[in-house]
Structure formats: structure tokens, C-alpha cells
Design a protein around this ligand. Structure first.
Ligand code: AMP
Length: 281
């Protein structure tokens, strides 16, 4: 596995690979890798001749009071895991090389970014769309892999790729969960032992809602109430949002029909966790 840190070197290298006509699969990450990331890398491995993973904690997607500084980092472990999953090129740029002096260009995706996490994290998706655009221009992938875990991010990237005519196939990948149902996330490491015990309630509450839908319930309000009461059984849970939206427009719906997304964000202590479930009616 080749490790490249310089943006210019990465551009040169990817240009050469492109010339050889080999297909390139790309998995952008912020590192501190887990089985969720590994599933994306393995999928990319199965579908492309060259697999590129990036590890970059992107400062522009963090708000001023968020966890940019304390976001978990472990380069050596990430290198090992990437190699194990079948990565060919690991791109680990530093922030000053990605955002050079006088950096002043940002990508905004309107319509999909105002609600859900966008409402709670102003500027977050602008940072995401900007860094993903930059990475796409550097890596020039044929396919890029994103987790359904970050459902709004996946929708935003799909829309951006369509709107800006990127010639890249966006592949959405299933959520990988721990045995007790908690969606894997680099941020789970912030949870205290007690909070970690309570956190699987998020998945359980989503499953409960799905069961109710299967039994015939269609009123979003009732389903949201059910999720809320279930989650609030846990003493340390503080709800950030619970919403039922159309899976494509991400707009809230009153009645469950078609492709819907049940999405939530809940804090345990200082740690904000997100989870979601797509349901087709
Ligand atoms: P992150 O490092 O958190 O920015 O995530 C990098 C990519 O991995 C994103 O496309 C995430 O959606 C995806 N990802 C993170 N956690 C999971 C998970 N538990 N299952 C599937 N994909 C995930």
C-alpha cells in the first residue's frame, strides 16, 4: 500500500493511473477507522482495479463549538486497517496543504441541507460538499463509496454529483452495527461505559417504529412520539431531533408513504450520535 501525504504528489499519481485506464474506487473518511469504514473499502476492492482511501479530519465541516480538536486520531492503526481491507493508496493530506493560504471557495447544496443535521450544525454540509469536491478533483475516482449511516450526507453528495456533472458513480453502503445494534462510529469512543450501555436504544427505537409501520401505523407524529418515549427511558439521553422525511427530498412528511427515512440525533452526555432507518411502504 502506498501512503501519500502531499496533494500535488497525489494528483500526479492519480493522473498516471487514469492514463493507464484502470478503474478507481474511492472511500473518503475522517479516520479512526472501524468495521463500518472497512465495509466500504472492501466493497470498493471488489468493484475496482485501484482502491484509494483518504483520511482527513476536515476542519471546514466542524462548527466553532464542535469536536474538531478532540476528534479521535490514530494514523498507525488506520494504516494497518486500510492495508488489511485491501486499500492500494492511502491519502493522508494535512490541513494546510488542503486549505492553502487565501482559500476562499465553497460548495453549497441548497434544499437538502437546511433540515435534520443541517439545522443543528450550520455550515456542516457546506464543509462536506467542499472537501468531497476537492477530494474528487484530486483522486478522480470512477466510483465513490459513502455509508447510509450518514444518510443526509449521502443524499447531499448524490445531488451535488448530479448537479455539478461529476462523472462519478456514488455507491451508498449499508449501516454496520455493533452486536447490540449501535451503529459503529468513530465518536462512540467518547461514550462513558454507562452511556455506551444506553446508546443501543437508538436502534431499538427505530426498529419499534418500523414494526409499527409494518402493522399499519402511518401517522409520523405517533411514530415520532413512540421513538421519543422509548429513547427517553434512558436517563442520559437528550434528543436533538427525531424526524420522518421523504428519503429523496429529506422534507418532513405527515403520513408515511413511499420511500421514507426515519432519522434521529441524540446526545448522551456531550456525545452526539446519529442513526436512521430507511423504510419503504
Ligand atoms: P467518517 O470517517 O465518519 O467521515 O465516515 C466515512 C464514511 O464511512 C462515510 O461515508 C460514513 O457514512 C461511513 N460510515 C461511518 N460509519 C459507518 C457505519 N457504521 N456503517 C457504514 N458506513 C459508515
Amino acid at each position: 500500500m502506498l501512503i501519500i501525504k502531499s496533494v500535488d504528489e497525489m494528483k500526479r499519481h492519480m493522473k498516471d493511473i487514469k492514463k493507464q485506464g484502470r478503474s478507481i474506487g474511492f472511500v473518503p473518511t475522517m479516520g479512526y477507522l472501524h468495521e463500518g469504514h472497512m465495509s466500504l473499502i472492501k466493497r470498493a476492492r471488489g468493484e475496482n482495479e485501484v482502491v484509494v482511501v483518504s483520511v482527513f479530519v476536515n476542519p471546514t465541516q466542524f462548527g466553532p463549538n464542535e469536536d474538531y480538536e478532540r476528534y479521535p486520531r490514530d494514523e498507525e492503526r488506520d494504516k494497518k486497517m486500510c492495508e488489511e481491507a485491501g486499500c492500494d493508496i492511502l491519502f493522508m493530506p494535512n490541513k494546510d496543504d488542503m486549505y492553502r493560504e487565501n482559500y476562499s471557495t465553497y460548495v453549497e447544496v441548497y434544499g437538502l441541507t437546511e433540515g435534520l443535521c443541517g439545522a443543528k450544525r450550520p455550515g456542516h454540509f457546506r464543509g462536506v460538499a467542499t472537501i468531497v469536491t476537492k477530494l474528487f478533483n484530486i483522486v478522480k475516482p470512477d466510483r465513490a463509496y459513502f455509508g447510509q449511516k450518514d444518510a443526509q450526507q449521502l443524499a447531499v453528495i448524490k445531488r451535488m454529483v448530479k448537479d455539478l456533472d461529476f462523472d462519478i458513480e456514488i455507491v451508498g453502503c449499508e449501516i454496520v452495527r455493533d452486536v447490540d445494534g449501535l451503529a459503529l462510529s468513530s465518536r462512540n469512543t467518547y461514550l462513558s461505559e454507562e452511556e455506551r450501555k444506553q446508546a443501543p436504544i437508538l436502534y431499538k427505537s427505530l426498529l419499534k417504529a418500523k414494526e409499527e409501520i409494518e402493522k399499519g401505523e402511518r401517522a409520523s407524529e405517533k411514530l415520532i412520539d413512540l421513538i421519543k418515549t422509548t429513547i427517553l427511558e434512558m436517563p442520559d439521553a437528550q434528543i436533538d431531533y427525531i424526524e420522518i422525511v421523504n428519503n429523496e427530498t429529506l422534507k418532513p412528511i405527515e403520513k408515511v408513504e413511499g420511500e421514507v427515512l426515519i432519522a434521529l440525533a441524540v446526545k448522551f452526555g456531550k456525545t452526539r450520535l446519529i442513526d436512521n432507518m430507511a423504510v419503504r411502504v
